[in-house]
Design a protein around this ligand. Structure first.
Ligand code: SF4
Length: 266
């Protein structure tokens, strides 16, 4: 098995988010998480040779103790990425933890507020994203979920983000056909072939562009929830997740790695 598949895990918060994006792939179940529990999860990740912790939604900036989570992960030696919708960003509150973060991932789903806020269903969210890009010194990774409302704007989104010196990655996501989002997926999904040429025509040495087809997602996304359950996308049924039990039972993370690596018998 190649290690690069397995050195990154995404820590997710399943209690709530301050936005309700219609394509959201999180499993909000109201589960409560505790700081001590998250510390133990991070320690378990370390024991299992995870190198990169990516802190994802529900939006991590909602959580009062996010500074402590980042501090603890940093002291354990992880490379830390943070994905945020930016809505709760407050420079005075967050500037200290930003120093410990490698990449900040932010959504740009439209060339302007009109499209972005429509897709994200939150007025003012585009403005906050731009505020974050313009305020922080971190490297920035842009995330765009392709829908019928924005695929014709991809070139405009590119022209917007390339103006910012700190932007050096752009992840373009094909929408996931998750059962919980089935209606939205059927209405808004755009086939990659429809926008492939637009992406391929873009040449930029500074910004690395990644297209993330939903069929490839199982290979790069291992999740652990803030209460410690492990999961990834189900390879045999892309409308669902596959669960592997608690991270505190060490065989479970091995099971998940083997599943992702097509090596279930190892
Ligand atoms: S901001 Fe992220 S976690 Fe929150 S609802 Fe939107 S997609 Fe889901």
């Amino acid at each position: 098995m190649e290690n690069y598949l397995f050195d990154r895990i995404i820590l997710t918060f399943d209690n709530l988010c301050n936005m309700q994006c219609p394509f959201c792939y999180r499993l909000f179940n109201g589960e409560k998480e505790g700081l001590e529990q998250i510390y133990k999860i991070l320690e378990e990740c370390k024991r299992n040779k995870i190198v990169n912790i990516s802190i994802g939604g529900g939006d991590p900036l909602n959580y009062l103790y996010i500074n402590s989570v980042i501090e603890y992960a940093y002291n354990l030696g992880f490379i830390i990425d943070l994905d945020t919708n930016c809505y709760a960003f407050n420079y005075n509150k967050h500037f200290k933890m930003l120093e410990k973060i490698e990449y900040v991932g932010v959504p740009v789903d439209g060339k302007n507020a009109e499209t972005h806020d429509l897709i994200r269903t939150k007025i003012g969210s585009f403005k906050k994203v731009i505020e974050v890009i313009e305020t922080i010194n971190n490297k920035v990774s842009i995330n765009t979920v392709v829908t019928k409302n924005n695929y014709t704007e991809l070139i405009d989104i590119y022209n917007l983000i390339k103006q910012y010196k700190n932007v050096n990655q752009w992840h373009i996501y094909e929408m996931m056909p998750l059962l919980v989002r089935k209606e939205y997926y059927l209405k808004e999904h755009v086939d990659y072939l429809k926008y492939k040429q637009i992406i391929e025509a873009i040449q930029n040495e500074k910004i690395k562009i990644y297209h993330c087809a939903y069929k490839e997602r199982t290979r790069f996304h291992m999740f652990v929830s803030a209460s410690g359950y492990l999961y990834c996308n189900n390879k045999n049924n892309l409308t669902e997740y596959k669960f592997f039990g608690s991270i505190f039972d060490s065989k479970n993370i091995i099971k998940m790695k083997n599943y992702i690596g097509d090596n279930e018998n190892e």
